[in-house]
Structures are given as C-alpha cells and as structure tokens.
Design a protein around this ligand. Structure first.
Ligand code: ASN
Ligand code: ZN
Length: 322
C-alpha cells in the first residue's frame, strides 16, 4: 500500500498542478481556461472588525504568518475537493471568490461563516489553539457557504443540524481528498489538533463515534447522539444544531464505509447531488434528507447498487428510517 501523504505534501502537490505554477515550467500560448480558486486572506489583527486588512491574494507567495498560510492552503484544499471530486467551480459553481479573515478577536475560541466569508479566531491557548490549524474546520466553514449557495438549509432544528452535518461531511472529505485516504483509512474526526495540550479530547466531533470526540473537565462531555434514540430536544444552540448533527454525520460515515473506497466518489457524490439537485427545500428534516439521498443514489448508481443499499441501511441504522 502507498503511504498516505502528509497535508504539507498534499498542499505542495496541489500547488504544482495549479495554474500559477505549470508543472512543465512552460507557459501556454493559449489562455488557460482551467478554473482555479480565487482566494483572499485578510487579517483582523486581534479586533472584531471585518473584513480586516488584505494580506495574501491568489498566487501570492506564502507569508510569515502561519494562520494566513493555513487559511490559504485550507481554502485551496477545499476548492480542489469541490472541483476535482464534484466538478464544481467554487461555492456557487461559478468561480465565486473565497474570502477569509484570520486573527479575529482576542483569544477567540471559534471559527464561523458570516454569510460572506470565513472568520477564524486564534484560540485562547488554554483550551483551543488557532482555528486555521485543522483543514477540516476550514472545509466546514467553507461548506456553510456552499449550503447557503444551494439548499440554504435554515439554521434551526433538524434542517439546522443537517446544515451542520453537511459542513462536517465536506470538511472531512476535504481532508480525506487531500490525503488520498479511503473511507477505511480516514479518522472521521473534525478539528483534530485544535485542542491545546492538556485538554482531554481528540477533536471537536467524530463522525465514526459521535459523543466520544472529547470528555474533559473544561469542555464537558461531547453530547452528540449517533442515533434518533438519543436525539436531544433543546432550545439552546438553535435547537441543538451542533449536537443532533451527530445523527446524519453517523449515517454518512456508515454509508461511506459500507460502500468502501474513497468516500467522495460514492456517498459524497450523492450528498452533493442532494444539495444541488433541488430535491429538498430549506426546511428539510432528517427524513426528507434521507429520502432525497436514496433517490439520488438510485438515479446516480442504480436501484440495485451497493451505494443505494448502503445509504438506505445507514439511515435505518441511525433510526431516521426503518
Ligand atoms: N464553528 C461554528 C460553526 O461553524 C460556529 C457557529 O456555530 N456559528 O458552526
Ligand atoms: Zn458549522
């Protein structure tokens, strides 16, 4: 078996194949129509003012700022997943620029999509390190932009948990794609490496085993359910959008590992189909989303396909259907 790439190696490989640096070193005489990401990274310099000062544009050399370069590379990795695996040019499918701001706030313990750009805190250094340090978190925030540009799932209750879950799935797929991992090789974690030393946790969330990503004095226990039997009825966090996302997350994991191979070539394609084919609306609940994935698997892979069977079984296993 081939050794899997480190993320640094994956970034270097994708740079070699990017338009800015042709592998041959030759410049084509015809204009290059091949799509490429259009990234702009800004620096909020410890304030909460957005967008901040632009510090790196597409094609610029790396800076001496780790957060800037991690954001730039993570955006590139996620854009590459969308382009190579799903044939999609950026979030809107039409080359939309990718905007990010780093060094947001002081010791800010989060990252978010604000409707226009990704925003990353540096972490307080006690619980969290800088939020650009996990490529799947970058992919997660970018995926909120993809959802906004497609089904625009409302950020409340089950559609909100689906919005969160799709973001985790795409974040995880961005990392797997960059590393060339199969579903069996992937760690299925989101945000591994974000916790400061001494925090008892491996990541923010686990798609393989929701509810086990951390268990810590400071953070408490990871309250994510894996099945409908443990669905959390709550009014906090928009109806538990980061909690109940464990259920569709686990369904994706079960489907992808049952199908085998590279997750973005099977279950990933089906999930993208559902986001983009108009078969669900912004208020879709888990059952509507499940039915749409089954229909999409049938039309893409066939009614008797391994993909259709695995996806149906996965929704049964987490108690959404069956
Ligand atoms: N990191 C969180 C997310 O992207 C931030 C939030 O909930 N607004 O879901
Ligand atoms: Zn999110």
């Amino acid at each position: 078996a081939q050794r899997t790439l480190t993320l640094d190696e994956a970034v270097r490989t994708s740079r070699r194949s990017s338009r800015a640096e042709p592998a041959t070193g030759r410049r084509s005489l015809v204009p290059d129509a091949r799509p490429a990401p259009r990234r702009t990274i800004a620096d909020a310099q410890g304030t909460m003012r957005l967008p901040g000062t632009t510090v790196r544009r597409e094609g610029d050399e790396p800076t001496s700022d780790v957060a800037v370069d991690e954001a730039y590379d993570g955006l590139g990795i996620t854009w590459t997943l969308l382009h190579e695996a799903f044939g999609r040019d950026s979030l809107d499918g039409a080359g939309m620029p990718l905007l990010a701001t780093v060094h947001y706030g002081e010791a800010y313990d989060n990252a978010f999509w604000n409707g226009e750009r990704m925003v990353f805190g540096d972490g307080d250094g006690e619980v969290f390190l800088g939020f650009t340090g996990a490529v799947d978190v970058i992919g997660h925030e970018l995926a909120h932009g993809l959802v906004q540009a497609t089904t625009d799932l409302v950020y409340q209750g089950q559609p909100g948990a689906l919005n969160e879950s799709v973001a985790d799935v795409i974040g995880s797929l961005a990392k797997q794609h960059a590393l060339g991992q199969t579903a069996d090789e992937a760690d299925w974690l989101v945000g591994a490496g974000l916790f400061a030393p001494g925090v008892q946790g491996v990541a923010l969330r686990s798609l393989r085993a929701p509810g086990t990503a951390y268990d810590d004095d400071v953070l408490g226990r990871d309250p994510q359910p894996a099945t409908m039997a443990d669905y959390v009825d709550t009014t906090s966090d928009n109806g538990g959008v980061h909690i109940n996302s464990g259920i569709p997350n686990h369904a994706f994991y079960l489907a992808a590992t049952a199908i085998g191979g590279r997750a973005w070539e099977g279950a990933g394609l089906v999930w993208l189909d559902v986001l983009t084919n108009g078969s669900i609306d912004a208020h879709a609940d888990f059952a509507a989303f499940a039915a749409a994935t089954i229909a999409a698997a049938e039309s893409r892979f066939g009614a008797d396909s391994r993909e259709r069977t695995a996806i149906g079984d996965a929704w049964d296993a987490v108690g959404v259907t069956g």
